[in-house]
Write a protein that binds this ligand. Structure first.
Ligand code: AMP
Length: 420
């Protein structure tokens, strides 16, 4: 075959497609409970929107964005994440005035030029939400509990929730300077960290290679202003009251520059290096930074493929709801139109939300191979149109699990199938 999916992309079909649909459905249900409304966003935006939001010196902007110019020479980028787009939409559509509460969620694919490996793709799916204009620690706690609720409702267990605070524009610079001083004295840091000391010293804290040396660095908690300190304590109180256990992780800094105060990551044991299922935090300066009013905000995003991998580990796939299939088969071609007619009627009369699916007829195949197909599809029942039976106004209804069959009146078939 000449064509292959581009490196880092993947096709999702069969059981995987069922699983990602279930995850999206679960998320929508949970979002409804928390009163978030959907926003559908463009897949590409002005490249500058992302470089300004995420930060010029972050990995995403430096190395991972798919940037291209269109026919008029506009610099565009495939979105590497959702928050910048939601903020752009919030400002452009004046959602501050036009919505009583701006709580929005999105579902869609993101693009990052990363080195592909298990759980890491160049096009991957995220489900995320943003909560605008609420400075209260309750909004941080709500977003965190919402993330946890989605993952647990989907069926995941043993999640570990890591939280930290990154302070604000008042207190973080002091901490950054302090860290820089320490790092300058540290001789054998990895090449990436050496580069980061001046540009983005906090990123050194989440370097996996240098984790030993990093443990001795001062902690941000010692540098927080009163406001940030109280905020972090209040978030923790709310999580405790909601019986949500968490780990304070001083080295959690996240790869995006826009965060302030609370940041968090939800991890799952057994996923190896790519163990972060979801991540998020508060970003109180971003909206102003992009030209809006001073507007606090907090949000999260989960990676659908990672969540599905974690579900595979728990063998959750077995729990996905399978449609019960009714296959309509014909003994010979002459009755194929009558059989098709029944299929159409059954599909039309299925209740909304029914877990039945109706399939067939395959009049080009022999009855034997139609029954073999029914077997492979795990069909619950097969309706067989045979000439003699049909002349009597009947069809054969075969139960695939007991392998028993009976001749029934065609007028009865709907009732018999729907009640089972
Ligand atoms: P971020 O937008 O970097 O905060 O990431 C949020 C979540 O998206 C992560 O916790 C992952 O689950 C997922 N994610 C990020 N990058 C990738 C990728 N390249 N492939 C698959 N999932 C990803």
């Amino acid at each position: 075959m000449k064509y292959k999916a581009p490196r880092g992309t993947h096709d999702i079909f069969g059981a995987q497609a069922e699983k990602i649909n279930k995850l999206e459905q679960t998320s929508r249900q949970v979002f409804r409970k928390y009163n978030y409304g959907e926003i559908r966003l463009p897949t590409f935006e002005a490249a500058e929107l992302f470089s300004r939001s995420i930060g010029e010196t972050t990995d995403i902007v430096e190395k991972e964005m798919y940037v291209f110019s269109d026919r008029k020479g506009r610099q565009l980028a495939l979105r590497p994440e959702g928050t910048a787009s939601v903020v752009r939409a919030y400002l452009e559509n004046k959602l501050e005035q036009n919505l009583p509460l701006a709580k929005l969620y999105y579902i869609g694919s993101m693009f990052r030029y990363e080195r592909p490996q298990a759980g890491r793709y160049r096009e991957f799916f995220q489900i995320g939400a943003e909560y605008f204009n609420n400075p209260s620690p309750a909004a941080d706690a709500e977003i965190l509990l919402l993330t946890k609720d989605i993952l647990e409702t989907y069926g995941l267990k043993d999640l570990s929730i890591h939280v930290n605070t990154l302070g604000c524009l008042k207190c973080r610079p002091k901490y950054k300077d302090e860290i820089k001083k320490y790092l300058k004295n540290e001789k054998d840091l990895c090449e990436d960290c050496k580069r980061r000391i001046d540009k983005n010293p906090l990123r050194v804290l989440d370097c996996k290679k240098d984790s030993q040396k990093i443990n001795n660095l001062p902690k941000i908690q010692e540098y927080l202003c009163d406001d940030c300190n109280n905020h972090f304590n209040d978030v923790q109180d709310l999580l405790k009251q909601a019986d949500c256990s968490y780990i304070i992780d001083h080295n959690l800094v996240r790869g995006l520059d826009y965060y302030t105060k609370t940041v968090f990551e939800v991890r799952s044991a057994g996923l190896g290096a790519q163990d972060a299922l979801a991540a998020g935090g508060r970003y109180d300066n971003l909206i102003k930074h992009l030209g809006g009013n001073d507007t606090p905000a907090v949000g999260f995003a989960l990676g659908s493929e990672r969540v599905m991998l974690a579900a595979d580990n728990l063998k959750l796939s077995e729990k996905t709801i399978k449609n019960k299939i009714i296959l309509v088969a014909v003994v010979n071609k002459d009755l194929s139109k009558n059989a098709f007619n029944l299929v159409a009627k059954l599909r039309k009369n299925l209740d909304e939300g029914s877990s039945l699916a109706v399939e067939g007829p395959f009049s080009e195949k022999s009855l034997k191979s139609q029954l073999r197909l029914a077997d492979r599809l795990n069909a619950a029942k097969v309706v067989i149109f045979g000439e003699e039976e049909y002349a009597r106004g009947n069809v054969i209804l075969r139960d695939m699990s007991s392998q028993s069959q009976q001749e029934v009146n065609i007028a009865e078939i709907e009732k018999l199938i729907f009640k089972s």
